[in-house]
Design a protein around this ligand. Structure first.
Ligand SMILES: O=C(O)c1ccccc1NCC(=O)[C@H](O)[C@H](O)COP(=O)(O)O
Length: 263
């Protein structure tokens, strides 16, 4: 059942976008997206390591295709505040409802509770979703190389930039890394999760992290469980970490984030 998870997610997104277009035409959404909004810098925060030498993007994640429900009764404002108290440098919020039980409201609530920049984590396959992200108040969006053509990747990066949002470009392989570099992505997320088996292997990010240098900044994503994983990756030159499940499952997220940062 896992083999085709990304195709199933993409198929569902196509349906959702076409329904959303019926409710709110793209011309109207674009008009709303053009309204000036103050965005918080995402790339700038992650471009250099803070005093701990480690930046954590802490994720609000209720459920996932690989693990089912992780934490159903999750108050996004409360979690966001705990993440900020623990020293998280940015937030990631899953807004997909069908597979991750998230919502745009989760993003809005989390963002309004803290001063951290917020990444909208979703599966963007249509320009409509970029305007949606801008209206939602996202400071950055995720673009996944595997589900976009190189032309779409460039176009969506430009649209995000026009709306003042940063972009995290996600890759799973060296050939996708080439596509990201050709599109001139500055923030590149190396996903440790194998989407066929759902296994995670931090060795994937540690192998590819060394291939990136300034102004390109690497973010290790998925399967990071403890300080030991972080140390392994910092030794490979990576200092940004996007972490969901292990933070959400911990009894004390603030304390857990401190421990990830080595405090
Ligand atoms: O988390 C999943 O099961 C998953 C399955 C298919 C596509 C994407 C998936 N996750 C999205 C993410 O990118 C993660 O939430 C993020 O990297 C954090 O991962 P983790 O720390 O392992 O929760």
């Amino acid at each position: 059942m896992t083999t085709d998870i990304l195709s199933r997610i993409v198929e569902q997104k196509r349906l959702e976008v076409s329904r959303a277009r019926e409710r709110l035409p793209e011309t109207e959404l674009r008009r709303l997206a053009a309204a000036p909004r103050k965005r918080r810098p995402f790339y700038d925060v992650l471009a250099s390591a803070g005093p701990s030498g480690v930046n954590i993007i802490a994720e609000i994640k209720r459920a996932s295709p690989s693990k089912g429900v992780i934490r159903s009764r999750l108050d996004p404002s409360l979690y966001a505040r705990q993440y900020e108290d623990g020293g998280a440098d940015a937030l990631s919020v899953l807004t997909d409802a069908s597979f991750f039980h998230g919502s745009p409201a989760d993003l809005a609530q989390a963002r309004s509770a803290v001063r951290l920049p917020v990444l909208r984590k979703d599966f963007i396959i249509d320009a409509y979703q970029i305007f949606e992200s801008a209206v939602m108040g996202a400071d950055a969006i995720l673009l996944i190389v595997r589900i976009l053509s190189p032309e779409q990747l460039r176009e969506y990066m430009a649209l995000a930039k026009d709306s003042g949002m940063d972009v995290l470009v996600e890759i799973h392989s060296t050939s996708e890394l080439e596509t990201a570099v050709e599109a001139d992505a500055r923030l590149i997320g190396i996903n440790n999760r194998n989407l066929e088996t759902f296994d995670t292997d931090v060795g994937r990010a540690s192998a590819m992290g060394g291939m990136l240098g300034p102004p390109r900044v690497a973010v290790a994503e998925s399967g990071i469980r403890n300080r030991k994983d972080i140390e392994r990756l910092t030794a490979a030159g990576i200092f940004n970490f996007l972490i969901g499940e292990s933070i959400v499952r911990s009894a004390d997220p603030a304390r857990f984030i401190r421990s990830l940062k080595g405090y």
